[in-house]
Design a protein around this ligand. Structure first.
Ligand code: C2E
Ligand code: CA
Ligand code: CA
Length: 442
């Protein structure tokens, strides 16, 4: 049976992969035993016998060349597959020096394997033609090289594939293996969560501070975990953002949120805005802006009632890409907000380069205002600057009437925070909207 990244159990004598196959995943052996061998015309040179905790099949994953040897289960074996895409992404994200060293090491390892293969083939050819001129001599030469090759091979092999025995643990220590195992498992669960529709959006009201009425909301993603727990983004979002899952999840979030805006307007006659968070990674997708425009149209959302929130770090990490995409996004008719403002490194003067409609003052300033004069000054300057640049201001993380009052006194028009409401599900949000005025939690 052909292996695939979904196959994790192999019977005795079943091949995990064969020489020449393209590499679709590497494997960690969970139990059992695997023989890695060069197989030539029914003759076999065993290169390694691997057991629980060993890694195999990593070469083709790293350099994308075909498998250089075959791997066969010699007792019933369980493996965990680490998919090519997953590893490729990690390699691409790694430091260029690490990438270079890894590729170099892999090229040398392959070269060694190839030479070992030649020795192996030469040996038997020589044996077939032992009487031939000069051939016996070269066979002898090759034969004399074998112990040397085998010794080198053994050393590299144990460094690469015997993590538990690598004392330093620096490259493939037990800890690294465990982390890899967890990350691969988590990514699998997150992908499954997408398929099984386990993600949910909650909505947190955004309030007009002059009359405590709801003017909009921010969509915040949650994972309805199979354990029954509703997980907050801090428990899973970094992982999603580090993989290309954020692209699919990002579109799903945009679609749900735009659909909600459309229904709020059409079914409930509440034409309020819905804010959607965008991650930096989503901007690497060249189709981001047209796809978001399509989603707004398809769902019937009013474009001017959709607001995309972008954090300062996105602008700092990739200003050219951000400037271009933000202008295009703005041209769709949607609104733009700069999120968590004040937590990054950008200076105030930097703001006018981007077409933001709204500035969201980060919670750290709002909560520090009562005890720090400096925070008060920062908030005042931020509000003044935003007004000068024609932007609305939303104060994030308002947790008390005192904070709401301070923000009002600084002419901040809008607020968001647990004092008004925590993020809530759609049904609760619609109920809250039916009330003439925000019923305060505090
Ligand atoms: P954020 O965009 O700054 O969202 C506001 C976060 O502050 C939310 O946390 C919200 O629950 C929390 N919050 C609101 N008011 C208060 C308050 O008064 N006190 C305190 N202590 N917290 C308050 P949440 O939902 O855990 O989200 C955390 C972050 O995860 C978000 O920060 C955002 O960066 C990210 N995130 C959430 N949903 C999405 C999403 O759909 N897409 C993307 N790309 N990122 C998301
Ligand atoms: Ca946000
Ligand atoms: Ca924020």
């Amino acid at each position: 049976m052909e292996s695939s990244d979904s196959q994790t159990s192999f019977d005795t004598d079943e091949y995990i992969f064969r020489e020449g196959d393209p590499g679709d995943c590497a494997y960690i052996i969970e139990s059992g035993m695997v023989e890695v061998a060069l197989d030539k015309d029914g003759r076999k040179l065993v290169m390694a016998t691997l057991t629980k905790g060993d890694i195999l099949g990593e070469m083709a994953i790293i350099d994308r060349l075909p498998r250089s040897a075959s791997a066969r289960a010699i007792v019933p074996t369980e493996v965990m597959a680490i998919p090519l895409d997953y590893v490729s992404q990690k390699i691409e994200q790694s430091d260029p020096t690490v990438r270079m060293f890894l590729r170099l090491a892999m090229a040398r390892y392959r070269d060694l394997n190839a030479r070992l293969g030649q020795v192996f083939e030469g040996l038997s050819l020589g044996q077939l033609d032992a009487e031939g001129d000069g051939f016996a001599a070269s066979t002898m030469e090759l034969r004399s090289l074998i112990p040397q090759f085998m010794e080198m091979h053994k050393r590299i092999d144990s460094a690469v594939t015997k993590p538990a025995q690598t004392e330093s643990g620096a490259i493939f220590g037990e800890k690294t293996l465990e982390v890899t195992r967890l990350l691969v498992t988590e990514e699998k669960m997150l992908r499954a969560a997408m398929t099984k529709k386990e993600f949910r959006l909650h909505y947190q009201p955004i309030i007009d501070l002059s009359n405590n009425k709801i003017v909009g909301c921010e969509a915040l993603v949650r994972w309805n975990h199979p354990s029954g727990e509703l997980l907050l983004p801090s428990r899973f979002l970094t992982h999603v953002e580090n993989s290309d899952l954020i692209i699919d999840l990002g579109y799903w979030i945009a679609e749900q949120a735009c659909d909600f805006q459309s229904r709020l307007c059409n079914d409930f006659q509440h034409d309020i805005f819905v804010a959607i968070n965008l991650s930096g990674k989503q901007f690497e997708d060249q189709f981001l802006v047209p796809s978001l425009a399509d989603i707004m149209d398809k769902t019937g959302a009013r474009r001017e009632r959709i607001k995309f929130e972008i954090t300062e770090s996105l602008l700092i990490d990739n200003p050219e890409l951000a400037t271009q995409s933000l202008h295009q996004l703005k041209e769709t008719g949607a609104k733009l907000a700069i999120d968590d403002f004040g937590t990054g490194y950008s200076s105030f003067s930097y703001l006018h380069r981007f077409p933001f409609d709204t500035l969201k003052i980060d919670r750290v300033f709002v909560s520090a205002m009562a005890r720090s004069e400096k925070s008060n000054q920062i908030v005042k300057s931020l509000v003044n600057l935003s007004h000068d640049l024609g932007m609305e201001v939303v104060a994030e993380g308002i947790e008390s009437e005192q904070e709401a009052e301070l923000m009002r006194s600084y002419q901040t028009a809008f607020g968001q925070g647990f004092y008004f409401s925590k993020p809530i599900n759609e049904t609760e949000f619609v109920k809250l909207l039916q009330k003439p005025q925000m019923e305060l939690a505090g």
